[in-house]
Ligand binder design. Structure first.
Ligand SMILES: Cc1cc2nc3c(=O)[nH]c(=O)nc-3n(C[C@H](O)[C@H](O)[C@H](O)COP(=O)(O)O)c2cc1C
Length: 220
């Protein structure tokens, strides 16, 4: 099949686009508003973009026709800080519930019974139980025009200034055993996936000369 996004003429019962780029890591973002109220929400338009220093990106759609920003985006606009918390299988229900609360005067953390840990370099706290926390400072917010207010997105770029990794997930060889905590990712529709050891495999990096089709030199 083929369709054009301007026409949205896919002819399917549901728009398939979110199932076309999978799995998407879930950025479970904590932020605070100007009064210090803590906010948490999941964002699957999320990824890491570089590593030295690391930059991350999440993208928030319109809230309602009259309320432009989602709370997380509004908070980052006003305070310039946020924390990425890795969402895992064990905390899947709480993660999902933090995405359902839209009352700006409520803290999703208190409402869902999540505990927090203080951050080191930024004001938003970390979600206890998440095996990775990335403390981030705002780099830039880019407006992504949509077909309407709800589909207009704000792409929030942050630079990571502090990294926490659960000690019990670091192996004796100094490797972060990411499968231990079963990180969640988002597929299309209502589908999610987790990563565990059963789906992980290794491939050797190819030598640069092979990439250009040159035969590898025989070892001397
Ligand atoms: C797994 C998951 C992923 C989500 N990803 C996004 C996303 O990438 N962008 C977005 O605007 N909303 C996303 N949502 C919806 C928001 O989490 C939801 O609108 C939430 O209420 C926003 O909270 P906030 O206003 O406190 O930021 C997602 C929800 C779930 C459950």
């Amino acid at each position: 099949m083929y369709y054009e996004t301007e026409k949205n003429d896919h002819g399917l019962p549901y728009n398939p686009i979110k199932a076309c780029v999978v799995p998407r890591p879930i950025g479970w973002i904590t932020s605070v508003n100007a009064d210090g109220l803590v906010n948490a929400a999941p964002y699957s338009f999320f990824n890491i973009l570089s590593y030295s220093p690391p930059y991350v990106l999440f993208s928030g759609g319109g809230h309602t026709e009259d309320r432009k920003d989602k709370d997380t985006v509004a908070n980052v606009r006003s305070t310039g800080e946020f924390v990425y918390n890795m969402a895992t299988w064990d905390q899947r229900e709480q993660m999902n519930n933090t995405g359902l609360i839209v009352d700006r005067t409520l803290s999703e953390l208190a409402e869902t019974g999540l505990e927090t840990l203080p951050s080191t370099l930024v004001a938003p706290p970390r979600i206890k139980g998440a095996p990775v926390h990335l403390e981030c400072k705002l780099h830039e917010i880019v407006n992504l025009p949509g077909h309407d207010a709800m589909s207009t997105h704000s792409a929030v770029f942050g630079v990571v200034v502090g990294v926490h990794i659960a000690d019990d997930a670091i192996t004796g060889d100094g490797i972060f055993d990411v499968a231990r905590y079963k990180p969640l990712s988002r597929l299309g529709y209502k589908d999610y996936a987790w990563t565990d050891e059963s789906v992980i495999f290794q491939m050797e990096k190819r030598a640069p000369e092979e990439d250009f089709g040159k035969p590898k030199q025989a070892a001397e």
